[in-house]
Design a protein around this ligand. Structure first.
Ligand SMILES: *Cc1c(COP(=O)(O)O)cnc(C)c1O
Length: 485
């Protein structure tokens, strides 16, 4: 555990991390190491940690990675941020161990150039659609990418037992639970909305491992997130709280240890395709933030498209310049994106020179013109989502071959791409498919009339014993659960 403990020797001090609230009155102005930021989760001023600067790839570094396997690309990305602090060999071994599953990229247009020479030479040319399937990890969602790196980093860096608390709208919880399952000295608690996840997601959440307890709440995902934030605040600020003793660690996308590994697949996608447009189905914006950071590392993305469901706070903000969170958040079939106030938005605002606090209040305006130049965002309804799934399957979605299987989150991305092309014309684009279709059998049935079989890893998980408790939606109940002997 790093807070207050002697840190690594000065020679191993790397990039520092700062709170997004540091310039507000009472802001936390310390520059902390990755190890400190990782174990603190949230900064003491309720801000989010961000790297003090974004390292940039040289052309030859990128060139050297062109044919590299995923784990190598991930290690190269993380090395630029964390190499000085963790050492390249530690990063490399964590990545080799964490990324032991395929990362398939489907060229959806028959003539799509997979190594991207043509499109790299003329980034504007072409109209190919690539689908990057991030669903081959142990819990079949892209959350595995971040969770598996973060769990291994915490295991190596934290010197005392860990109590990890994570609020989830579906996939984060199981990815984090599975990443820590069986890890000695780690206890994990997952808060989830009892009625806000699919049956498959629930079964996964309840069955991560013996050291992982699911807490099902009568409330929304926003309630879960608010409870987790309250618990972290108590454990940091209130020395009398029983939570101060156990030292909580956050594994939500607010933890910088979740953000950095999510940069890597955007880099990987570009290396493979040269496509200048990235389509990100988004909820808490951790994934989109990964793309934004990749762009700032030197990847020539023309547009990062933040595709949301009916929770449209961000597209409305880009359009009007006025931010209003959606409260309560809307229930959509792409349920991992049912977020009324994206927790990573403060980091975007920070990167564009603004300050947004945790309530979503903007204290300093970001460069809105810059955001509008680099980003585009659109809200996709459930009807449009279902229609996109159906048309992709039937072969009537331009650019996708018949039989393309999309689950609701990826379908939001595809539908957004279609609208983007209508407005801005043809472009080569990568759409992230963020989960395996078998995780959403009800939605698949509704759209296609059938549901695909779960992958083997998912079936294995479903056979484990359940470990779940129902919990009232209040902080006292949460404290009682977390401090249970
Ligand atoms: C978490 C999740 C998202 C949203 O990702 P953010 O990083 O929170 O924007 C999209 N799709 C699936 C399947 C998810 O689990």
């Amino acid at each position: 555990m790093a807070v207050g403990a002697p840190s690594l020797s000065a020679a191993r001090m790397g990039l520092r991390f700062l709170s997004t609230n540091k310039d507000l009155p009472g802001g936390y102005t310390d520059a902390v190491s990755f190890r400190q930021a990782l174990s603190m989760g949230l900064a003491p001023d309720a801000g989010l940690f961000m790297p003090e600067r974004i390292p940039v790839f040289t052309t030859s570094q990128l060139e050297g990675l062109r044919q590299a396997p995923y784990a190598t690309v991930a290690a190269a990305v993380l090395d630029l941020f964390l190499g000085d602090e963790l050492g390249p060999s530690v990063i490399s071994s964590i990545c080799q161990d964490a990324y032991n599953f395929p990362v398939p990229l489907e060229p959806c247009t028959p003539d799509a150039p997979l190594t991207g020479q043509a499109s790299r030479a003329q980034p504007g040319a072409g109209n190919s659609t690539f689908i990057l399937r991030l669903d081959q990890g142990p819990t079949a969602s892209f959350k595995d990418f971040a969770a598996r790196f973060m769990a291994r980093a915490m295991e190596r860096l934290c010197e005392r037992d860990l109590t990890v608390l994570v609020a989830t709208s579906g996939d984060t919880g199981s990815a984090v639970g599975a990443a820590f399952a069986g890890m000695k000295g780690a206890r994990v608690y997952i808060l989830y909305p009892a009625h806000g996840v699919s049956d498959v997601q629930r079964q996964q959440l309840d069955r991560c491992g013996d050291n992982v307890t699911a807490l099902a709440i009568d409330g929304t995902f926003d309630d879960c997130q608010a409870l987790a934030k309250q618990a972290f605040a108590l454990s940091h600020d209130d020395t009398l709280s029983p939570l101060a003793r156990i030292g909580l660690t956050s594994a939500n996308s607010i933890n910088i240890g979740r953000v950095l590994p999510q940069v890597a697949y955007h880099v990987y996608a570009w290396l493979q395709t040269g496509a200048p447009v990235m389509l990100i189905p988004s909820g808490n914006f951790g994934n989109a933030l990964g793309a934004e950071i990749a762009r700032r590392m030197g990847l020539p993305f023309q547009r990062i498209i933040v595709a949301v469901n009916s929770n449209d706070a961000f597209p409305a903000y880009l359009q009007s310049g006025i931010y209003r969170k959606v409260s309560p958040s809307k229930e959509c079939i792409s349920n991992a994106m049912n977020v009324g106030h994206p927790s990573n938005l403060a980091r975007f605002i920070h990167l564009y020179g603004g300050i947004m606090d945790k309530e979503g209040l903007i204290h300093q305006m970001p460069d809105l013109a810059g955001m509008r130049r680099d980003l585009w965002s659109v809200s996709i309804s459930d009807e449009e989502t279902i229609a996109a799934m159906r048309r992709a399957w039937q072969g009537t979605m331009p650019g996708l071959p018949k039989g393309t299987l999309l689950e609701p989150h990826g379908a939001v991305g595809i539908a957004a791409l279609e609208q983007y092309r209508e407005l801005y014309g043809p472009c080569n684009a990568v759409v992230l498919e963020t989960a395996h279709p078998a995780k959403f059998p009800e939605a698949m049935e509704k759209a296609l009339g059938h549901a695909p079989r779960p992958p083997e890893a998912l079936e294995r998980m479903m056979r484990r014993p359940a470990r779940v408790r129902r919990m009232a939606n209040d902080i006292e109940s949460l404290i009682a659960e977390l401090t249970r002997p």
